[in-house]
Design a protein around this ligand. Structure first.
Ligand SMILES: Cc1cc2nc3c(=O)[nH]c(=O)nc-3n(C[C@H](O)[C@H](O)[C@H](O)COP(=O)(O)OP(=O)(O)OC[C@H]3O[C@@H](n4cnc5c(N)ncnc54)[C@H](O)[C@@H]3O)c2cc1C
Ligand code: SF4
Ligand code: SF4
Length: 367
């Protein structure tokens, strides 16, 4: 629960009559009563319903402390460029290495260090790998609670670290996990987030992060900035950025943060985990990808394409129309609302080449 001073929603105790209307109104059960209402910042969605419901004007929305503006001189602070590491099967996800590669490039323009955040149960052994891929500092948060991926707990750990160190930029992989997690972190920090960026750059005059992504169905590229809040947050899909060649002799600092007293979110309990054979990661690693479109028309032909792909060492993916037609698993969709890919060779069969599809294959060496 908050101390009612640092979160964006505050209770003015001297005005509160204890009527309880706010708690009754909150659809997220984020208000608990002791003497006065207490707001759980991790449950609260800042929807504002309670503020409107309060007859005594005892609830106030304010700018949260961890929503940090640029310094008054307009210059960026020295908080660093952070990459949130993602771990898959006890290894660093490829998107983390790619984000570090981009962060290294940005750091030469912004003159700030690249740092990584590593949250998990037993993950510290991966810290040297993050250093080899460009991190000068790795913040490690280990706790039993992170054995299973409960988004709320991971977000809470990252938000605490960000609050302590005030990074200038926070980059997250737009993966299945990263998408939800980045949105939750941005919401808790009350900062902006540009999802699915295809390019990132630093404005040479203002030092602001240019978060570039397709807009209006890919018909134009939008450059988005976060001038007033920190960190500037962006997510990038796997396969878009290039990792640097790792340097095993690179030196960096590994900082272990004590989260032993960390109180987990016990509203969510992982009962079991089922790993399916289908691997989205294979789309980011595969050198040859065959895209199936609506023109393929039937499952027999798709099965034939799968046999052909096996001989070629290729992975079969598809367009949204093929997914909707039940020809391809939704997790293998390529395009604006699916995966972005960068194989050596992309073979499209029965695909018309709409911008929402082709925008995601521009990284292919040959298509
Ligand atoms: C907001 C938004 C997001 C979207 N996101 C995505 C996305 O992530 N991914 C995506 O793919 N789409 C996406 N779409 C949909 C996209 O606009 C297209 O509708 C889709 O890509 C079309 O898929 P398709 O090429 O398989 O089908 P179609 O456009 O129907 O094309 C089928 C093709 O097969 C050819 N064909 C037919 N018969 C044969 C044959 N016998 N032999 C060979 N070729 C044949 C046809 O000539 C045609 O070129 C999105 C759309 C919107 C509005
Ligand atoms: S702002 Fe919305 S979510 Fe937060 S405590 Fe009030 S009613 Fe609940
Ligand atoms: S609705 Fe307002 S007055 Fe009533 S308990 Fe909540 S904060 Fe206090």
């Amino acid at each position: 629960m908050t101390d009612n001073t640092s979160f964006a929603l505050r209770v003015l105790n001297d005005r509160c009559t204890g009527c309880g209307l706010c708690a009754d109104t909150c659809a997220y059960h984020a208000i608990r009563f002791t003497d006065y209402p207490e707001i759980d910042p991790y449950a609260c969605r800042l929807c504002g319903s309670c503020v409107q419901a309060c007859p005594a004007e005892a609830l106030q929305m304010t700018e949260p402390e961890n929503s940090r503006s640029v310094t008054s001189s307009g210059q960026p602070s020295k908080g660093g460029i952070w990459v949130l590491a993602e771990v898959e099967n006890n290894e660093l996800a490829s998107v983390t290495k790619e984000l570090l590669g981009k962060a290294v490039e940005l750091s030469t323009k912004l003159h700030q260090d690249v740092e990584a955040v590593l949250v998990g149960r037993e993950v510290v052994s991966l810290a040297p790998c993050l250093i080899a891929y460009g991190a000068k500092r790795v913040h490690v948060v280990e706790n039993e609670l992170f054995a299973s991926f409960i988004e709320e707990n991971y977000a809470r750990a990252v938000v605490e670290l960000v609050g302590k160190h005030n990074p200038e930029i926070l980059l997250v992989g737009a993966t299945l996990r990263g998408r939800g997690l980045s949105a939750r972190i941005a919401s808790l920090l009350q900062t902006g987030l540009t999802a699915d960026c295809t390019e990132l750059d630093i404005d040479s005059e203002t030092g602001l992060l240019h978060q570039i992504r397709p807009a209006f169905g890919g018909n134009l590229m939008a450059t988005i900035v976060t001038p007033d809040h920190r960190p500037q947050m962006a997510s990038v899909r796997p396969g878009i950025m290039k990792a640097i060649i790792p340097d095993a002799s690179a030196e960096g600092e590994i900082i272990r943060h004590d989260f032993s007293a960390f109180e987990g979110d016990n509203r969510i309990r992982l009962i079991s985990e089922i790993t399916e054979a289908i691997s989205e990661e294979s789309l980011s690693n595969s050198k040859i990808i065959i895209g199936v479109g609506r023109g393929v028309k039937n499952k027999e032909t798709v099965a034939q394409i799968h046999r052909w792909a096996e001989r070629l060492g290729a992975v079969v993916a598809g367009s949204r129309a093929a997914v909707e037609a039940g020809l391809i698993d939704a997790r293998m969709q390529v395009g604006q609302t699916g995966h972005t890919i960068a194989p050596d060779l992309y073979i499209a069969i029965g695909i018309s080449g709409q911008i929402q599809h082709t925008a995601a294959i521009t990284g292919a060496k040959k298509s």
